[in-house]
Design a protein around this ligand. Structure first.
Ligand code: 5GP
Length: 204
């Protein structure tokens, strides 16, 4: 599917539900969505993004991200639902797997930044935008340091970006605060279900 086709496709007519999950790095988005999927099963699926960033220790290509070179990313551009520069690397969501999962009635979650979130909103007006806040910027910094994955300059850049994202998140539909993992998993699961995540039942 090229970008023209992706733009023209009536995303809102597909039976599944598209959800954007954003939040500062270290706010716990990945852990949260993995826990919700463990709980509710494959009717909720996580989209796998392409990125030009290098894999971190323990990350698996094709499971965490499709790790590509800048040239490979440019070749993919026409097939992306959204894309953005974040922390000096380029990230994007391949459109076709998302379309296919929505056509199958799944609830598809994109774990992406706010720039991408607003691009999705303009293409798919009925997408649900969910923002996960860390309890405070201090806690966020502690979590980034504890993760041990980034040097000081990278952590500083991520914190600057976090301030911008928190401001931008005012335009999101749902705000969650990840101060306690279990209650945040409950809140996210309740936000995603009961809902029409592919079971054909109107729970309202
Ligand atoms: P990380 O490098 O820590 O995995 O992700 C950095 C940031 O990029 C996070 O805010 C993450 O949500 C965002 N991100 C990951 N994949 C995508 C994507 O496909 N599109 C956009 N716009 N942001 C993404």
């Amino acid at each position: 599917m090229n970008s023209e086709k992706a733009g023209k496709l009536d995303w809102n007519s597909l039976p599944g539900r598209l959800v954007v999950l954003s939040g500062a790095s270290g706010a716990g988005k990945s852990t949260l969505i993995d826990r919700v999927i463990e709980r509710v099963g494959p009717k909720v699926r996580r989209s796998i993004s392409a990125t030009t960033r290098a894999p971190r220790e323990g990350e698996v290509p094709g499971r965490d991200y499709f790790f590509v070179s800048p040239q490979e990313f440019e070749a993919l551009r026409d097939d992306l639902l959204e894309s953005a520069e974040v922390h000096g690397a380029t990230y994007g969501t391949p459109a076709e797997p998302v379309r296919k999962a929505l056509a199958e009635g799944a609830c598809v979650v994109l774990v992406i930044d706010v720039q991408g979130g607003f691009q999705v909103r303009s293409k798919v007006p009925n997408a649900l935008l969910v923002f996960v806040q860390a309890p405070s910027l201090e806690v966020l910094e502690q979590r980034l340091r504890a993760r041990g994955a980034d040097d000081d300059a990278t952590i500083a850049r991520r914190l600057t970006n976090a301030r911008y994202e928190i401001e931008a998140a005012r335009g999101y539909d749902v705000q969650l605060v990840n101060d306690d993992l279990e209650s945040c998993v409950d809140a996210l699961a309740a936000t995603l279900a009961p809902d029409p995540c592919g079971d054909g039942i109107d729970h309202d």
